[in-house]
Design a protein around this ligand. Structure first.
Ligand SMILES: Cc1ncc(COP(=O)(O)O)c(C=O)c1O
Length: 480
């Protein structure tokens, strides 16, 4: 630990009125002091104010006027999903600053650097590589703390991400656009390796940052347990599966918490157009935020139980259906779904729709009953994909009417089958685990010892314990 930098940073933060929230507070905002809570709740949720750090959790009420006891979530009606299992979707768009939960991972990855003094605000720039939401989260956290930062993301990501970044960065040169789209992560690493030559750039790479894993296991996992227990009430509902699309695999780590505490199995979702885990395949797709043509270092592969493939044709088309007047009218008038429910469908972005489709596939494959629950997550909402929606609509050659809506719903939703759904055998797990060797050991210089030690659950438990033991250090830092 570099005490002089820690003290210098504490003084800098004090001058800006920064107080760092503890892990316990982010797991349970009832622990946040009344004084802080009152201040935060009068602020705009997107204000560039460090007090908004106290909103970086799952418990923000939809109108942001208060904190809740359980995360905002939706239990999908069975008439809609066509399966009896209860699918519980936890909503990420109520996180502050970026309307996506990746801002939590960014805080969790920066935090230890502040506490041990390895990040010196007077010299360093935080570099946030991602396919979009994590780098926005990183830029947001850096900005409200008064730290310099750089975002790296592929040029083909949604325009809404770039519009947001342009408003938040100090200088447009702090947005680095790499070649390609969603699955071009190698190009992101190349840009990081170039920037790393300058020792003042601190690369906070979500794909190999174990604190990303540990943040989600500790905070997201325990938060999702609460929404499950609320839905369960006094019934004998079982939390059978946790379903999460993987980008960096951070969000997936909530599954390790749920497995430990509720005996839940873990299903990873990827795009069938880029089936890296399922078939060691490759390709392009538009489920933005996931499926990056490699196995992230922080993916606890040996603890994963299923892989489910979902097509981006389905997510693109359902995004259109859920977010147009024609689609809403079809779902309400022709399919008879409640207006209130249909009005909530825009709370699901592309990867959220993928998680929902994957949950339905699993419920069908495993023949789940009404006593079974699937816990899943909607990382962001449709508002981040309006320009993508316009592109999908164009593909219908201007004829987008009730018949088109019926075709989309029948083909992409009602006809969901159990294809591309794999229960992982020991050999499958090893095949996926070993695939990571080429990225990490051969390409990125991870030592073979570190790579191999990830086979053991105790390796992951150690990182989790490190994370949950940060609170005394956070309190000490706040009191400096
Ligand atoms: C929209 C969206 N969905 C899913 C993910 C995947 O989350 P994770 O990186 O935690 O695996 C991301 C990651 O940035 C994302 O932006």
């Amino acid at each position: 630990m570099n005490s002089s930098i820690v003290e210098k940073t504490a003084a800098y933060f004090r001058g800006k009125g920064v107080i760092l929230p503890t892990i316990a507070e982010l797991k349970n905002p009832n622990l946040i002091s009344e004084e802080i809570k009152n201040k935060v709740l009068t602020l705009d949720k997107d204000a560039m104010d460090p007090a908004n750090l106290f909103r970086v959790h799952w418990f923000n009420q939809r109108d942001h006027s208060n904190f809740l006891d359980v995360p905002e979530h939706i239990v999908l009606p069975s008439e809609f999903t066509g399966v009896d299992a209860k699918i519980i979707v936890n909503l990420g768009r109520y996180f502050p600053l970026i309307t996506a939960h990746k801002v939590l991972a960014a805080y969790g990855c920066l935090l230890p650097r502040i506490l041990n003094g390895s990040f010196d605000y007077s010299k360093h720039k935080a570099v946030w590589p991602s396919t979009g939401n994590y780098c926005r989260g990183g830029v947001a956290i850096s900005k409200i703390l008064g730290l310099k930062s750089i975002a790296i993301l592929p040029e083909g990501m949604s325009q809404e991400r770039f519009n947001w970044l342009e408003k938040w960065v100090e200088d447009k040169n702090d947005i680095i656009k790499t070649k390609g789209t969603e699955s071009n992560v190698k190009e992101i690493y190349d840009a990081c390796n170039e920037l790393e030559k300058n020792k003042n750039n601190d690369i906070i790479n979500q794909f190999n940052e174990y604190y990303n894993y540990a943040t989600h296991r500790a905070i997201t996992g325990s938060s999702f347990e609460k929404s499950f227990l609320k839905v369960k009430g006094n019934t004998n509902l079982q939390a059978r599966f946790y379903v999460s699309a993987s980008g960096s695999s951070g969000t997936l780590a909530a599954g390790d918490y749920l497995k430990e505490n509720l005996n839940t199995k873990i299903a990873v979702v990827e795009a069938i157009e880029c089936p890296t885990l399922l078939y060691n395949g490759y390709g392009e797709h538009n489920i933005q935020g996931i499926g990056d043509k490699h196995v992230p270092l922080i993916h606890n592969v040996m603890n994963s139980d299923f892989v489910v493939g979902v097509s981006d044709e389905a997510t693109n088309n359902l995004n259109l259906l859920f977010n147009t007047n024609e689609g809403k009218k079809y779902l309400e008038s022709r399919k008879g779904f409640e207006k209130d429910f249909v009005n909530r469908l825009p709370e699901f972005g592309f990867s959220s729709i993928a998680n929902i489709i994957a949950s339905i596939k699993l419920a069908k494959k495993m023949k789940l009953s009404k006593n079974d629950a699937i816990i899943t997550v909607a990382t962001d909402g449709a508002d981040l994909y309006e320009t993508e929606l316009a592109k999908t609509k164009k593909q219908f050659n201007k004829i987008y009417d009730e018949v088109t809506c019926a075709e989309i719903f029948a083909k992409n939703f009602e006809a969901i089958t159990v294809d591309h759904t794999l229960e992982l055998s020991q050999i499958d797990k090893e095949r996926i685990f070993n695939l990571g060797y080429y990225t990490w050991v051969e390409q990125q210089g991870t030592s073979i010892e570190e790579f191999e030690s990830r086979r053991s659950q105790s390796f992951w438990d150690k990182h989790y314990k490190d994370m949950i033991s940060l609170d005394p250090k956070i309190k000490e830092f706040n009191s400096l």
